[in-house]
Design a protein around this ligand. Structure first.
Ligand SMILES: *Cc1c(COP(=O)(O)O)cnc(C)c1O
Length: 374
């Protein structure tokens, strides 16, 4: 790579995970080969689970975290397929690609659903949610995406959590692209099932996802028949958390990396990470606006780790992407409903110099495109 990214071979990742990681996280994967049934690997699972529980804002006595080997969707599917009883009904709040994914997972398992579709990049309307819950006593669970990564919109978890709790229903949260970088507290926000992944704002490697939940709720899953074998949350909880040994072979090296990443997360603290991400996002947003590029959302709706912007000057996404890639910067497209938009994520270990370097490359790519179009 002949890039401008500061280090030979370094690629700057502006996609929403996997992210650029700390050297300590990468190094953690290069330890001795190991067996997942040995005491040191069991201790690793306990350590990682406990630290995630802490990042979620909960106590290890009241809550537990179940680790699943697989990307974020694996843990989402484990929750959706494991927690709804046969006569349960799920209210899905959908204002983007990942809201729709929750619905598709539930549909795959034949779970009864009510969908509230607000539209792509449209804020959730809590009055509508309130009325939907009041009108349908059979709804047992509500599922929502905290940070809708497809649009960069942050949904109002705190207010929604209070509302769902007031109606006595159980809340499932896809916190995959928010945990570690946004304000989230499973106790304060009444989140029963909090789903996250290793390789986004926790700044680990891909391959492990997880669910943090009250132990009481996890215990009660014993009464719900499993819909899948591998992703049976109750069986994984009993083996891993109660039995101290994982049900199946976990991605041990990825767990080593995650353990190191969690140490870094806890040492930095979520508020400081939120501020670090906000600084990068502000540099990105200012750089785009200086160049007359229009951003998708109003400032008060934006999460701190993604900026969606409109393509301009007749440049196609592929031209922009491929040009930047030659310089060592990876950007991200959006899902189909938003053609004409590109995404810049600032999750991971990015510096202000990375963003300066990015705009230097960006200007060269735009100039070259303009020359080739004229
Ligand atoms: C990344 C992401 C997922 C999961 O994607 P995987 O490719 O399975 O890791 C789910 N929900 C949201 C909001 C995400 O950003």
């Amino acid at each position: 790579m002949t890039g401008t990214t500061g280090r030979p071979g370094r690629v700057v990742l502006l996609n929403p995970g996997p992210v650029n990681v700390h050297d300590r996280v990468r190094a953690a994967m290069a330890g001795p080969d190991e067996c997942h049934r040995e005491p040191e690997a069991r201790a690793l699972l306990g350590s990682v689970g406990g630290k995630i529980t802490e990042v979620c804002g909960a106590g290890r006595d009241t809550h537990a975290t179940v680790l699943i080997t697989g990307s974020g969707t694996a843990a989402l599917e484990a929750v959706v397929s494991s927690v709804l009883p046969a006569d349960g009904r799920l209210l899905v709040l959908d204002n983007g690609h990942y809201g729709e994914r929750l619905l598709r997972i539930a549909n795959t398992h034949g779970i009864a659903c009510v969908r509230l579709e607000f539209g792509w990049a449209v804020p959730l309307d809590l009055g509508t949610v309130d009325r939907a819950l009041a009108a349908d006593a059979d709804i047992t669970h509500v599922a929502v995406v905290h940070h809708e990564t497809s649009t960069g919109m942050l949904n109002p978890l705190r207010e929604l959590g209070a509302l769902v709790a007031r109606h006595g229903r159980s809340l499932i949260v896809d916190a995959i692209s928010s945990l570690g970088a946004e304000d989230l507290d499973v106790v304060r926000d009444h989140v029963d099932w909090c789903v996250g992944t290793a390789n986004k704002c926790l700044e680990g490697m891909p391959g492990i996802s997880f669910v943090c939940a009250p132990r009481e709720r996890l215990e009660a899953l014993a009464d719900v028949p499993a819909r899948t074998f591998y992703l049976d949350l109750s069986a994984n909880y009993r083996a891993q958390v109660l039995g101290g040994s994982p049900q199946f072979t976990p991605a041990v090296q990825v767990l080593r990396a995650l353990d190191a990443a969690l140490d870094l997360t806890l040492a930095e603290g979520v508020p400081a990470r939120t501020a670090r991400y906000a600084a990068r996002a502000a540099e990105i947003r200012a750089g785009l606006e200086e160049r007359g590029i229009e951003l998708l959302l109003p400032p008060d709706r934006r999460a701190g780790s993604i900026t969606n912007a409109h393509l301009s000057n007749g440049m196609t996404y592929d031209e922009l992407h491929d040009g930047l890639k030659e310089h060592g910067y990876v950007i991200y497209a959006t899902q189909e409903k938003s053609a004409g938009v590109f995404r810049l994520a600032n999750m991971g270990r990015l510096t202000g110099d990375d963003i300066t370097g990015f705009f230097h490359a960006f200007d060269q790519v735009v100039a070259r495109c303009a020359a080739s179009h004229s």
